[in-house]
Design a protein around this ligand. Structure first.
Ligand SMILES: NC(=O)c1ccc[n+]([C@@H]2O[C@H](COP(=O)([O-])OP(=O)(O)OC[C@H]3O[C@@H](n4cnc5c(N)ncnc54)[C@H](O)[C@@H]3O)[C@@H](O)[C@H]2O)c1
Ligand SMILES: [Zn+2]
Length: 344
């Protein structure tokens, strides 16, 4: 299914009303931190569930709660489900949407910068298990995605920076001139300057869509593979999981992951030391996280090998060979990765 994508401003209430008018019954699942009062919408067919979000909701238990609430409220095949929240709410609700009654019409309104530039695009959803992140989930494209920049005003600086990490990732893997543009404009972007933010969100989405369109299910085995988007995530996911999602948010973890993986790229002779330095300078200038003690710890390696993309002793990385250019899957033995991490 083709997803329709809108980028608008101050449009959320109106948009939900439009969906409510077109559907028999509409379920809205909203992050309790969003300061939008859905009760203003006078449609009687709207049922609202509010959830306190964060990584803790991507569990079996929350999946069960939400699915059963829908079923108890007589959800049917003509019902629509709208998720209004960050990546965690989108991932949980998308998984519910794809499985309840074998699939409900799903609308996504991402409310964090991270979810607007990344998780709302591409149709992946899922929940975590004790063995690692996103191990249960489906590919399920939303019918429509509404990106509304005005909702970001209530977001903390920490969360804005978390989203910025995915933006810089997109530049690092695919677009050198976007990276140069970010070097000049990041301060304005982090201050939510509207034209700069809109351009960065648009550019970022286009890069993500480039890979999703070429390789929706991540089958390709070359530099156009969706796996390129995993740059920083092999290590980043293991860090998140090691700290049980408490010490760092997603963007912070992958920010440390990207620097570690850029250093691995440099160690393997793929990325020049000058370019590595330029990346580090940018991360440090905007106080993105670049390091953590766990990188040198054996426990990190065993976490990495639990990732669904790794097999037995081999760890798979998407690395970069230049700013704006990434290379498909470097397979490294786990002992070698441990050794490299001691030396970078
Ligand atoms: N499915 C995908 O393709 C994909 C891609 C990237 C990341 N992800 C997932 O996304 C998740 C991270 O998403 P996230 O960073 O949006 O986290 P999140 O959903 O936890 O949101 C971060 C925090 O911001 C709050 N919040 C959300 N919108 C707000 C707003 N407008 N104003 C004030 N506060 C608001 C939330 O309550 C939460 O406390 C991770 O679980 C990650 O695995 C998925
Ligand atoms: Zn990510």
């Amino acid at each position: 299914m083709k997803t329709k994508l809108f980028i608008k401003n101050n449009y959320i209430l109106k948009y939900i009303e439009v969906i409510a008018k077109k559907n028999e019954k509409v379920f809205c699942v909203i992050d309790s931190k969003i300061k939008i009062d859905l009760k203003q919408i006078k449609q009687k067919n709207l049922i609202i569930f509010s959830i306190q979000c964060g990584e803790k909701i991507k569990t079996f238990n929350e999946y069960k709660n939400l699915s059963e609430k829908l079923i108890k409220s007589n959800v049917n095949r003509k019902s629509a489900l709208i998720a209004i929240g960050g990546g965690t709410l989108g991932d949980l609700t998308g998984f519910v949407a794809s499985t309840v009654l074998r699939g409900l019409d799903f609308y996504l309104i991402p409310t964090t910068l991270l979810s607007q530039v990344d998780s709302s695009i591409g149709g992946k959803n899922g929940i975590n298990t004790i063995y690692g992140k996103n191990l249960l989930g489906t590919f399920y494209q939303p019918k429509e995605v509404l990106i509304d920049i005005s909702v970001l005003r209530s977001l903390s600086k920490k969360e804005i920076k978390s989203g910025y990490s995915e933006i810089i990732k997109h530049a690092l893997i695919k677009d050198y001139s976007f990276f140069c543009w970010l070097e000049v404009n990041t301060k304005k972007l982090l201050n939510l300057d509207k034209p700069i933010l809109e351009k960065a969100i648009y550019k970022s989405i286009m890069i993500k869509l480039f890979y999703v369109k070429k390789d929706e299910k991540e089958y390709l085995l070359d530099n156009n593979s969706r796996a390129m988007l995993n740059f920083g995530h092999t290590i980043g996911h293991a860090i998140e999981s090691h700290y049980k999602y408490k010490k760092f948010n997603h963007g912070e973890s992958i920010s440390i992951g990207m620097i570690a993986e850029a250093k691995i790229s440099n160690y393997l002779g793929l990325l020049s030391s000058n370019e590595l330095k330029r990346i580090l300078t940018h991360f440090k200038k905007y106080r993105l996280k670049v390091n953590d003690n766990i990188l040198k710890d054996k426990r990190l390696i065993s976490k990495i090998t639990k990732d669904k993309k790794n097999f037995q002793n081999n760890i798979i990385f998407s690395l970069i060979d230049k700013i704006g250019s990434s290379i498909f899957y470097k397979k490294l033995d786990k002992n070698k990765v441990y050794k490299i991490l001691q030396n970078i």
